[in-house]
Design a protein around this ligand. Structure first.
Ligand code: ADP
Ligand code: MG
Length: 492
C-alpha cells in the first residue's frame, strides 16, 4: 500500500492528514533510571522514593544499566541505529511534581537513532504492509503525580513515579490516517512486549502518546502541526486525530490558520482543546547534565543485547506462514501478542508442527470464541495447551468427530477435566459401527418416504437433511464420513 486512501472531504477539495507520534513507554526494570527505588505499580504514595528521586541537595544520579540495556534492545528490535555514544541533558522547568526543577532527558545525542516499524492495515493481506519510520528513541525520567481534592481544596504529590525510566519513541511524520496510527501503536506495543522492555499497559499509564497532526492538500508541503499530549489508549489516539484533522480543515477553509500549539484530548467529549501555544512555550534551556558521564556502549554489551532478543512478531508471522503453512490471517492473529504465540507454541510442542494448521484454526475459532464468551484472557484460560493437544489428538485419531469435539470442549471449559477422561466417563466416543448406523438409516428412510422420493427425482439438497437426521438419531456420535458413505449407498 503506497498511499492511504483516507481523505477529509472539505469545501475546497480533499485534504490529506499527516501524523507523527511521540510514544512514552515505561521501561521494564525493577529500579528507576538513576536510583535504586522500586518501580512497582500501585504502591502506597511516596513509598518508593529515594533521596535522588526526591531531589535532596547533593544527591547524585547513577545510571541504571538495565534501563540502558532495555532501550538498546528496543532499538535493535526496531532495526534502528544504536548510538555507541550518547549523553543525558537537563530540561529545565518548574512544576510541583518535579522536585529537581529539571527532567534528565536526551536531546542532542539520543541513545537510538533512525529505525522503522512495519504495519499491516489488513491482517489477511501482506500487500497492505507499510513502513513507518522511527526518528529516534531517547531515555528520560518520568515526573511524579499530582492529585487534587476539591473539598477541602488540597493538592497532593506522589513521587513514586518520579525518576522512573521512560523511552520516548519518536516516529517520523509517516502516518496518513487514524487507522495507520492505530496499527502503528498496536504494533509498537506488541514489539515492546515481545522484547520485554515495556509491559504496554496503557490503562496503568505504561504507554502514552503525544499525537502530532497536520493537514495539507495532497502533494503540498507539510502544514503546521498541533501536538495533543498524553493520550492513553489506541481508541483515544485515533479519535484525537480524527477530531483534530477535521478541526484544522474547517479552520483553514473558514479563512483561519492553524497555530502550532499543545492541546489536550478530552475523552468524554472526544475533542481536543488548546493548552498552550508555541509562543508561550518554555525555553527549557537544555544543557548536558554535569552529574552524568556520557553513555558509552561496549561491543560485549551490544552483543549480549542482540543475543537476548526473542523471535519478533514479523519474523514469527513469516515463519508461521512459510514453515508451518498457516493462512496469513491465522499467522497474523497468533503472533500479534507474545502470550498468544507462546500458548500456540506450547500446544505445537506437544502436538507436532504437522498439525499446525488444524491447531491454529481451533485456537482462533474454538478457543478464542470460548474465551470471548467467558470474558477471560488466554493467561487465565480454563484449558491448558496440554489439554488442547489431547483434544485435537482425539479428533485426529478418529475417536471424536468435530461435533463431539465441540461437546467435549464445552465440558472441559465447565469442569476443567481432561478430554480423555470426559470421553471415557460420558461415552462420547464416535462410532464407525456400520451395522448400528445402517439400522438407523433404514429407520429414517422408512419414516421419510416422501423425501426419499424427492431426493431420487433429483432434489440433491435433501442429502443434508438425511445426514442431519442420522447424526441426530446417533446423538452426534456417528462418524460423519461413514454416515455419508452409507447414506449414499442406501439412497442410491
Ligand atoms: P519537536 O522537536 O519540536 O517536538 P520534532 O521534529 O521532534 O519536533 O517532531 C515531533 C513529532 O512531530 C515527530 O513525531 C514528528 O514526526 C511529528 N511531526 C513533525 N512535523 C509534523 C507535521 N507537519 N505534521 C505532523 N506531524 C509532524
Ligand atoms: Mg518533541
Amino acid at each position: 500500500m503506497a498511499d492511504s486512501s483516507y481523505r477529509i472531504r472539505g469545501a475546497t477539495g480533499d485534504w490529506e492528514v499527516v501524523i507523527g507520534l511521540e510514544v512514552h513507554a515505561q521501561v521494564t526494570s525493577n529500579a528507576k533510571l538513576f536510583s535504586g527505588a522500586s518501580t512497582e505499580f500501585g504502591a502506597e504514595p511516596n513509598s518508593q522514593v529515594s533521596l535522588v528521586d526526591a531531589a535532596m541537595p547533593g544527591m547524585l544520579p547513577v545510571p541504571n544499566r538495565e534501563c540502558i540495556r532495555q532501550a538498546v534492545r528496543t532499538g535493535m528490535a526496531l532495526e534502528a541505529q544504536i548510538n555507541p555514544w550518547s549523553r543525558f541533558d537537563r530540561k529545565n522547568y518548574f512544576y510541583a511534581d518535579l522536585p529537581q526543577g529539571y527532567q534528565i532527558s536526551q536531546l542532542y545525542h539520543p541513545i537510538v537513532g533512525e529505525g522503522e516499524i512495519e504495519i499491516l492495515l489488513d491482517e489477511k493481506d501482506e500487500g497492505s504492509a507499510k513502513k513507518v519510520g522511527i526518528e529516534r528513541i531517547h531515555l528520560e525520567q518520568d515526573a511524579g503525580k499530582l492529585m487534587h481534592d476539591q473539598h477541602p481544596s488540597f493538592s497532593y504529590v506522589d513521587l513514586n513515579r518520579s525518576g522512573v525510566a521512560l523511552m520516548e519513541i519518536v516516529s517520523k511524520p509517516d502516518m496518513r490516517s487514524p487507522e495507520e496510527a492505530g496499527a502503528y501503536v498496536r504494533k509498537l506495543r506488541s514489539i515492546l512486549r515481545y522484547v520485554g522492555s515495556c509491559d504496554g499497559n496503557m490503562e496503568q499509564g505504561s504507554m502514552r502518546a503525544d499525537v502530532n497532526v497536520s493537514v495539507r492538500k495532497p502533494g503540498d508541503p507539510f502544514g503546521t502541526r498541533t501536538e495533543t499530549k498524553n493520550v492513553n489508549s489506541v481508541r483515544f489516539i485515533m479519535a484525537a486525530i480524527d477530531y483534530e484533522a477535521n478541526r484544522q480543515v474547517d479552520l483553514i477553509e473558514a479563512g483561519g490558520t492553524v497555530v502550532q500549539e499543545t492541546r489536550l484530548f478530552d475523552p468524554d467529549k472526544a475533542e481536543t482543546r488548546s493548552l498552550r501555544s508555541k509562543e508561550e512555550a518554555h525555553d527549557y534551556r537544555y544543557f548536558p547534565d554535569p552529574d552524568l558521564l556520557p553513555v558509552e556502549l561496549g561491543e560485549d554489551f551490544l552483543t549480549e543485547c542482540r543475543a537476548s532478543l526473542p523471535e519478533l512478531p514479523d519474523a514469527k508471522r513469516r515463519r508461521y506462514e512459510e514453515v508451518l503453512g498457516l493462512p496469513p490471517y491465522n499467522a497474523s492473529v497468533l503472533t500479534a501478542e507474545v502470550e498468544t504465540a507462546r500458548w500456540f507454541e506450547a500446544l505445537l510442542d506437544i502436538l507436532g508442527d504437522a498439525h499446525a494448521v488444524r491447531a491454529s484454526n481451533w485456537v482462533i475459532s474454538d478457543l478464542f470464541g470460548a474465551l470471548n464468551r467467558l470474558g477471560r484472557d488466554l493467561d487465565d484460560s480454563p484449558v491448558s495447551p496440554k489439554q488442547a493437544a489431547e483434544l485435537l489428538t482425539l479428533v485426529a485419531d478418529g475417536t471424536l468427530s468435530g461435533t463431539l469435539a465441540k461437546q467435549v470442549f464445552e465440558i472441559m471449559l465447565e469442569t476443567g477435566e481432561d478430554p480423555g477422561a470426559i470421553v471415557e466417563a460420558r461415552g462420547l466416543r464416535q462410532t464407525s459401527d456400520t451395522g448400528a448406523i445402517e439400522k438407523v438409516i433404514a429407520d429414517i428412510l422408512a419414516a421419510n418416504q416422501d423425501k426419499v422420493a424427492e431426493y431420487r427425482s433429483g432434489k440433491d439438497k435433501l442429502f443434508g437433511f438425511f445426514v442431519g437426521q442420522t447424526m441426530k438419531a446417533m446423538q452426534g456420535k456417528a462418524n460423519p464420513q461413514v454416515v455419508n458413505e452409507l447414506l449414499k449407498k442406501a439412497l442410491g
